[in-house]
Design a protein around this ligand. Structure first.
Ligand code: ZN
Length: 64
């Protein structure tokens, strides 16, 4: 994990070294009858990093 930080959602989404490479549904929530909270997986594609982060889809409101 590198020390890169993003201060706003816009910064994060504008960073071309962050590549969205997956989407996971939280199966436990489905089993409990709750709305599935999807997790977006982003990989920091830099030579020094390569860390994958999971971020709750609810943190992003694409329609805004
Ligand atoms: Zn990183």
């Amino acid at each position: 994990m590198c020390r890169k930080e993003w201060h706003t959602r816009e910064d994060f989404l504008a960073d071309r070294t962050m590549v969205m490479d997956g989407y996971q549904v939280n199966r436990r929530r489905i089993e409990e009858g709750l709305p599935p909270e999807g997790i977006l997986l982003f990989t920091h594609r830099t030579k020094r990093c390569g860390t994958t982060l999971g971020i709750a889809a609810s943190k992003f409101r694409f329609a805004e």
